[in-house]
Design a protein around this ligand. Structure first.
Ligand SMILES: NC(=O)c1ccc[n+]([C@@H]2O[C@H](COP(=O)([O-])OP(=O)(O)OC[C@H]3O[C@@H](n4cnc5c(N)ncnc54)[C@H](OP(=O)(O)O)[C@@H]3O)[C@@H](O)[C@H]2O)c1
Length: 301
C-alpha cells in the first residue's frame, strides 16, 4: 500500500474517465486525495462530465487529434492512465497521440488501456481487439517513458450476463474444451482499484497481473450453485476446434466490423481463455494489501 501522505500531491491524467472503468479509476484516485485531470472529448455531454467535476476531478475537454493541447493537459502529471475503449482509431492512433503528449510533457509513467488476458502470449489473428493491444505495446515499448500494463483476465462482472457461460434458467455452465482449465477473472471495481494504486506507485514493472479468482469451468459451476442455491451442471458443447468454427460462422453471418465487442469477439476472448495460452502468471494480487478481492460466488449471488 502506498503511503496516504505521499499520494496527496500527485497528479494523474485519466483518459476515458467517462467510461465504466475510467470512472471507477477516477473515483479510487480521488478517494486517495489525488489531483485527477479527467480528459474527455469536446462533444461529451455535460451530464457525463458534471458527475466527474462534482466528484472533484479537473475535467479537460479536448480533441485527441491535437497533440499540442493533449501535451498541455498532461503537464505536471505523475502518470497518464488510459481507459479508452475502441478499435484501431482509438487503441493505436489515439493512444499514440496520448503517448506523444505524455512524453512531450515529461510525464514519467504511462498505463495503456489493456485490462485483459496476457495478450503477449497469443498468436496474431486469434483475437482482433488483443492484436491491437499488441500493436500498441510495440509503440509503447520503444517510447522513452516507463509503462505498465494491467492484466486482469476477464471482467468477472460479465459472468452475470454478457458472457453467456452461466445459464441460470436451465442451471447449466456451458463450455468448450477442458472443464478444468484455470482462467483469470477480476471485477471492474477490483481492476480499477488496483490500477489507481499502480498509477500512484512510482516504481511498477512493465506488466502487473491480477485475478480476483482463478477458476475453471468446474469452479464456476460450484460458485453458481452456491450463489443461486441450486445445483448447476456443466454442459460441454464441444472442443476448442468447434468453438473456432462457430466464431468463423458468426463472423460471416454478423461481421459487425465497426463494433468494439461484437458477439464473435467475445467468443474469441472465451476461446483464448479456454485455451490456457494467455493465463496470467505470476499474479501480483498481494502488491497492494488493502485490496479485498471479490469472488465469482459474490458476483453471481
Ligand atoms: N477484460 C475484460 O473482460 C474487459 C471487458 C470490457 C472492457 N475491457 C477493457 O477495459 C477498458 C475500458 O473499457 P470500458 O468498458 O470502461 O469502456 P467504455 O465504458 O466504453 O468507456 C470508454 C471510454 O473511452 C472513450 N472513448 C471511446 N471512443 C473514443 C474516441 N474515439 N475518442 C476519445 N475517447 C473515446 C469514451 O468516451 P465518451 O464517454 O466520450 O464516449 C469513454 O470514456 C478497455 O480497454 C476495454 O477493452 C476489458
Amino acid at each position: 500500500m502506498i503511503d496516504e501522505q505521499s499520494t496527496g500531491n500527485k497528479t494523474i491524467v485519466v483518459a476515458g474517465a467517462t467510461g465504466h472503468l475510467g470512472n471507477l479509476i477516477t473515483h479510487y484516485l480521488l478517494a486517495r486525495h489525488t489531483h485527477v485531470k479527467a480528459l474527455v472529448r469536446k462533444d461529451t455531454s455535460i451530464a457525463r462530465t458534471e458527475a466527474l467535476r462534482r466528484a472533484g476531478a479537473t475535467v479537460i475537454a479536448l480533441d485527441y487529434q491535437n497533440v499540442i493541447t493533449l501535451t498541455e493537459a498532461c503537464k505536471n502529471a505523475d502518470c497518464v492512465v488510459s481507459a479508452l475503449s475502441g478499435l484501431r482509431d482509438v487503441i493505436v492512433n489515439m493512444q499514440s497521440n496520448l503517448l506523444k503528449a505524455a512524453v512531450g510533457a515529461g510525464v514519467p509513467r504511462f498505463i495503456p488501456s489493456d485490462y485483459c488476458v496476457d495478450f503477449t502470449k497469443l498468436p496474431d489473428g486469434s483475437n482482433r481487439n488483443l492484436d491491437l493491444r499488441r500493436e500498441f505495446s510495440m509503440i509503447l515499448n520503444s517510447a522513452p517513458i516507463q509503462s505498465t500494463s494491467i492484466l486482469n483476465g476477464m471482467f468477472m462482472d460479465l459472468l452475470k450476463d454478457e458472457a453467456p457461460v452461466v445459464l441460470s434458467g436451465p442451471a447449466k455452465v456451458i463450455y468448450w474444451g477442458d472443464v478444468e482449465q484455470p482462467m483469470d477473472f477480476t471485477t471492474l471495481k477490483n481492476t480499477a482499484q488496483f490500477t489507481a494504486e499502480a498509477a500512484l506507485d512510482g516504481d511498477t514493472p512493465r506488466f502487473l497481473r491480477i485475478a480476483g479468482q482463478v477458476a475453471s469451468i468446474n469452479d464456476i459451476r460450484i460458485a453458481a450453485s452456491e450463489a443461486k442455491g441450486k445445483e448447476f451442471k456443466t454442459f460441454r458443447i464441444g472442443g476448442l476446434g468447434m468453438l473456432q468454427f462457430m466464431i468463423k460462422a458468426m463472423r460471416t453471418i454478423m461481421p459487425a466490423r465497426n463494433e468494439v465487442f461484437p458477439p464473435w469477439q467475445g467468443m474469441q476472448y472465451l476461446h483464448n481463455m479456454l485455451s490456457g495460452l494467455p493465463k496470467l502468471n505470476p499474479l501480483d494480487n498481494d502488491r497492494y494489501p488493502d485490496i479485498k478481492w471479490t469472488k465469482i460466488r459474490e458476483v453471481l449471488a
